[in-house]
Ligand binder design. Structure first.
Ligand code: ZN
Length: 803
């Protein structure tokens, strides 16, 4: 990675891969501090391509010269396009209509076809009408990391052909390169990894050539690498060979399902905790025409494994024998929601396990079975934390309250807060569900030592609650043409009701920490320029639009904070700190241009997004940029997307360890999770590990200042982060560019002899002025190594060799 001083990062990117550095399997029940790379890797990838490499200079016009068999032909999806900006009735013909979207931002065009949500992989299958000789498939796909890194090139493309729509053969496959030591069938096109500023949008014609194959059906499967994907055209180029002489590799034969429900898991292995219940999610691909019909999911596990589900439908189980071994089959009948089958809890007895098998059955059809190999592991518990924050974020209590083992299990992983989710409406208060969740908070979570974190979406909820009222129009700005967009200077009845609603939520839940997403300010600058009441205010106050946008946000936030503060004091509580979701000083998602106006009256901690799919270097950059701009006493608590078992491809689970470490060693004191349903057992283990390693040093993390690590690195590999408090430092040496074994070296500026202790191993080195070279070998699933630098190890850790 090259990093300019000006902050713009040029990153030759992202992905993972064919794990060529094969680690040994984890020994049964060993306390594995650093999971081996293979455990955390996605599916093994070793396709041998025959065709030319994917090249930056490839041009659609050249690649599609000849006979395009796909032109005007019908196609099917196994996942319906669902990106609102591109979606229209033309989605079912635009990919073969021969028309390219002009320009580089194809995701803005109705002529394109787009997906929102990375999972599950999306397949487009073209029916050529009869069997043809096929030489190439070309697809023009958006990438470049445009728009906050969201439109990235897919992680993987697979091309399939079939004569009969029953047996498909994979004839080409290519994967994105993420690491310098990654080999195999890879492409490598420049794009942003997702921290701001965004990269340059660039649709690329992906060329799968020299196929010399045949088929009537041609399918292109894309495993998306980020939350969005878009393409605008697919060509299938006719070959001049004899189709009768084509042979197929039986190893590549597969079934592609259309008009079906598939239960999917992104890896072929899973580790299952033995001493606490962990978790995982399945993805569901539902390509049926009528998705309202119920589906029965069958999940067959060794009898030593216990499953339960966070959803409300009942999970039934029945013991049986499978290959002579005791198994338990769980069945769940439900109408699956798009995307996923929410959270399963899983725990196993400490013994060799075998495989988990699963399939879906619907409309009388039993879909093919999938298999995941299970191995047991132990997750050492996290200690109690006093200063750091780990909370579920946007999640209501059920996912947490149904956790087997109760709130103590959450403490086991290092969670400090239970979370009450965002969208609790006033009508919820009278329900048994509300009483049940409050009882869980009062009688289980708090006694177990968890505090409570509340998230809310002010004004968004106001609109949802009262937009149907006849006089609600007063809350919208007057624009020409009129648009139903909330006026940011509106202070009328519904504004007051909304503040009262938030205060009432506070009174009911009594949270210790609040994160508010004041989403309506996302368009603040544009709004104050177009809205008549706001323009009048511009004149009256004699300020610029930028100033008004900032002032209105600060006023709104301060008013909410003041109202909550009063309510807290009336109840004899101290007012909880409030953070504003991504009202981040470095990145202007919410159009806050002057953070000093917001802090501390309107918000008391900074709450930036780190939705970079656990690309740890980008997380470091985001947190660091904010920390630099904030007053030193302002805490930073990030919003993190685990980005691991979420099909978004980019992040082997170890990335959560690395990302949390980068956040905490760049000035953050904790994180809220954006999509907690994606916290798999490996992520929970990583969080517990981070909590364990940093617990003795919480004070350093909480009172830290950033070290300028520029120039510390020796050699051409490594990423270095460091914080300091007094004469102690926490330093993170990492290598996010390689997967295999590498060495990172750094010169640590020290003024006198000090200890450098590697937290994971307890290995101690003595550093001194002039002898300050610290080096570490990095291998395995975690790519970062934290160090304590100072002379108070014994006092901090109670004398133990390791935290
Ligand atoms: Zn307005």
């Amino acid at each position: 990675m090259k990093r300019g001083r000006g902050g713009r990062r040029v990153l030759v990117t992202a992905v993972f891969l064919a794990m060529l550095a094969v680690g040994l399997p984890a020994p049964l029940l060993a306390r594995v501090d650093v999971p081996d790379a293979e455990t955390l890797a996605p599916l093994h990838y070793d396709f041998r391509r025959k065709g030319p490499a994917i090249k930056r200079e490839d041009r659609w016009e050249e690649l599609t010269r000849g006979v395009n068999l796909a032109l005007g032909k019908p196609y099917r999806f196994d996942r319906q396009p669902n990106y609102g900006v591109t979606r229209d009735e033309g989605d079912v013909w635009q990919l073969t209509d021969g028309k390219l979207v002009p320009g580089d931002k194809i995701w803005f065009s109705k002529e394109a076809v787009g997906y929102q949500g990375a999972d599950p992989p999306a397949t487009i299958c073209i029916d050529l009408g009869q069997v043809y000789p096929i030489d190439a498939v070309v697809a023009r796909v958006q990438g470049g990391g445009a728009w906050e890194g969201s439109f990235r090139y897919p992680l993987q493309f697979d091309v399939y052909v079939s004569d009969d729509d029953r047996t498909y053969t994979r004839v080409d496959s290519v994967r994105k390169r993420e690491y310098r030591d990654q080999r195999g069938a890879l492409f490598d096109l420049p794009e942003s990894t997702g921290a701001q500023p965004p990269g340059n949008p660039l649709p690329h014609p992906f060329h799968f050539g020299r196929l010399r194959t045949r088929g009537r059906y041609v399918a292109l499967r894309m495993t998306l690498a980020s939350a969005y994907g878009a393409l605008d055209e697919i060509a299938v180029m006719k070959g001049d060979h004899d189709p009768a002489k084509v042979t197929f590799d039986p190893q590549q034969a597969t079934t592609l399902l259309f008009d079906a429900v598939e239960l999917l898991y992104p890896r072929d292995r899973m580790r299952v905790p033995t001493n606490v219940a962990g978790g995982f999610s399945f993805a569901v691909r539902d390509s049926r025409r009528d998705t309202r019909q119920p589906v029965t999911f069958h999940i067959d596990v060794p009898a030593a494994v216990t499953l339960s589900w966070s959803g409300s439908a009942s999970l039934r189980s029945q013991e049986h024998a499978r290959d002579g071994r005791p198994y338990r089959e769980y069945t769940l009948t439900t109408v699956p929601s798009s995307g996923g089958l929410s959270y399963f809890y899983i725990q196993a007895r400490p013994e060799p396990l075998g495989a988990m098998y699963f399939h879906a059955k619907h409309e009388g059809v039993r879909q093919p079975e999938q298999r995941v190999e299970l191995t047991p592991f132990e997750i050492p518990p996290a200690p109690a934390l006093n200063r750091l924050v780990f909370a579920h974020g946007w999640t209501g209590t059920p996912l947490q309250s149904r956790w087997p083992g109760g709130a103590k299990a959450l403490r086991h992983f290092g969670f400090t807060h239970a979370s009450v989710g965002s969208w609790e409406m006033p009508s919820f208060y009278g329900t048994p569900e509300f009483a049940e969740s409050q009882k869980w908070l009062d009688q289980e979570a708090r006694p177990a030592g968890l505090k409570v974190c509340l998230t809310d979406s002010p004004f968004h909820i106001m609109e949802a609650l009262w937009a149907q009222e006849p006089d609600f129009a007063e809350a919208y700005g007057e624009t020409d043409p009129p648009r139903k967009r909330l006026c940011l200077s509106y202070r009328g009845k519904y504004y007051q009701k909304e503040i009262e609603r938030i205060v009432e939520r506070y009174r009911r839940r009594r949270p210790d920490l609040i994160s508010l997403d004041v989403e309506c300010f996302g368009h603040a600058l544009e709004h104050v320029q177009k809205c008549a009441p706001c323009r009048r205010l511009l004149d009256a106050r004699g300020v610029t639009p930028v100033e008004l946008a900032t002032d209105l946000y600060a006023e709104t936030a301060s008013e909410i904070a003041r109202a909550i503060g009063e309510a807290a004091r009336a109840l004899g509580q101290s007012p909880p700190p409030i953070g504003l979701y991504h009202a981040s000083p470095a990145y202007r998602y919410h159009n806050v241009f002057d953070f000093a106006k917001l802090y501390p009256a309107g918000c008391q901690f900074d709450n930036p997004e780190v939705y970079v799919r656990c690309w740890p270097a980008a997380a470091a950059e985001i947190i660091r940029a904010d920390k630099r701009l904030l007053p030193p006493e302002c805490p930073v608590i990030a919003w993190t997307s685990p980005g691991t078992l979420d099909w978004e491809g980019e992040a082997p689970s170890g990335r959560l360890f690395d990302t949390l470490m980068e956040e905490l060693l760049n000035g953050a004191t904790g994180t809220l999770y954006y999509l907690p349903v994606h916290l798999c057992s490996e992520d929970l283990a990583a969080q517990a590990q981070v909590a364990r390693l940093l617990a003795p040093f919480e004070e350093i993390v909480a009172a830290s200042t950033l070290c300028d690590t520029e120039g510390w690195r020796q050699g051409d590999t490594g990423h270095i982060s460091a914080i300091r408090s007094g004469d102690e430092m926490l330093v993170l040496l990492a290598d996010y560019e390689h997967l295999g074994k590498t060495t990172v070296e750094a010169r640590i500026p020290v003024e006198r002899p000090v200890d450098a202790v590697e937290l994971l191993t307890g290995k101690r080195t003595r550093l001194a002025p002039g002898a300050n070279l610290l080096h570490v070998t990095i291998e395995g699933g975690y790519r970062s190594r934290p160090f304590y630098i100072g002379n108070r190890w014994r006092q901090r850790t109670g004398g133990s060799s390791r935290p």
